[in-house]
Design a protein. Structure first.
Length: 317
């Protein structure tokens, strides 16, 4: 007599499926942890970059916007002041070499300077910033830059005026400028750049008051030419005289944590003007248009002249 045996599963099937399930669970768990960490990292970066008005982003954070770290290679220190061997910034400009750190004592300097060396840090010493005023070089600017990778910290500029009424406190003719904790007032242009497609202009914790003119060409508190990126953070703009508080032809424009106000007597045309479009990231700003604005119907304008760039975007918060 032949006895039949009960059918059995092929040995090992249960263990194989169990092992596969364990591996799948572990893989999904690892992926979820990775996604969570990426989300937290992105949130942290955005919190640093887009913090509320008044938050100090810090030189290290701002400097990351500029591909070549500005402070890393500086060696020689030059001191400037009435009691120093170098009496004026222009005297320092004549002997400055690449990557020098120039410290300027408080005082009123009625003169201009042309900075030709690369990688300079120009820093005011003390609680009262040194005051550069009234004189422009080459009929252009109080400080005229012809080198790359410059940093300006804790300097006051005023009364920049030239023959065509577009004089600038700072005119930057190179790649990459960082301006921090500086004060610009009663100039035609505050900061003016040329057309340098790889250049960054980063402005942090600075103040702009009563700049601008339209006689007949308009001048602005900040006028970024066709550069790669303009970043303005934690800064204040008040009482612009005609022109715009911020005008940017940059490919990318980022404005965060700023206060932009015409006040009672300001006659600004627009608070923010991006005439060629580009990609704009605008958030956490307080913008107030005054009763004497020369363009009362528009506060922020994008692409009114032309939009030559494909894929232009704008995000405002």
């Amino acid at each position: 007599m032949i006895r039949s045996r009960p059918l059995r599963a092929w040995p090992g099937f249960d263990s194989i499926f169990a092992d596969m399930n364990r591996r799948l669970v572990l893989t999904l768990f690892a992926l979820s942890i990775a996604v969570a960490l990426m989300f937290l990292a992105e949130k942290t970066v955005h919190a640093q970059a887009r913090g509320p008005s008044g938050q100090d982003a810090g030189h290290a954070v701002i400097a990351r916007e500029i591909p070549r770290q500005l402070a890393a290679r500086h060696r020689r220190v030059l001191h400037v002041g009435p009691s120093r061997r170098l009496k004026t910034p222009s005297a320092a400009a004549e002997i400055a070499k690449a990557w020098d750190h120039i410290l300027i004592d408080p005082g009123v300097y009625r003169e201009c300077a042309i900075w030709r060396a690369n990688g300079l840090i120009l820093e005011g010493v003390g609680d009262t910033p040194p005051h550069m005023t009234s004189v422009v070089c080459d009929d252009q600017a109080i400080w005229l830059f012809r080198g790359n990778n410059a940093t300006v910290i804790n300097i006051e500029f005023s009364k920049a005026h030239n023959s065509d009424n577009t004089g600038a406190a700072i005119k930057f003719g190179g790649n990459d400028l960082l301006v921090k904790k500086s004060y610009f007032h009663d100039n035609e242009n505050g900061i003016l750049t040329g057309r340098f497609r790889k250049s960054y202009l980063v402005i942090d914790q600075s103040r702009f008051e009563r700049n601008g003119a339209c006689r007949p060409v308009c001048a602005h508190a900040i006028y970024a030419g066709a550069i790669y990126k303009l970043v303005v953070r934690n800064s204040k703009f008040f009482g612009q005289n005609e022109g715009h508080h911020v005008k940017s032809r940059a490919l990318y424009t980022e404005l965060f944590g700023n206060q932009i106000s015409d006040g009672r007597d300001g006659t600004a045309s627009m608070s923010i003007d991006l005439p060629n479009g580009g990609t704009a990231d605008i958030g956490y700003n307080l913008i107030e248009q005054g009763p004497k604005s020369s363009n009362y119907s528009v506060m922020v304008s994008i692409g009114e002249e032309s939009v030559p760039r494909k894929g232009a975007q704008a995000m405002a918060m």
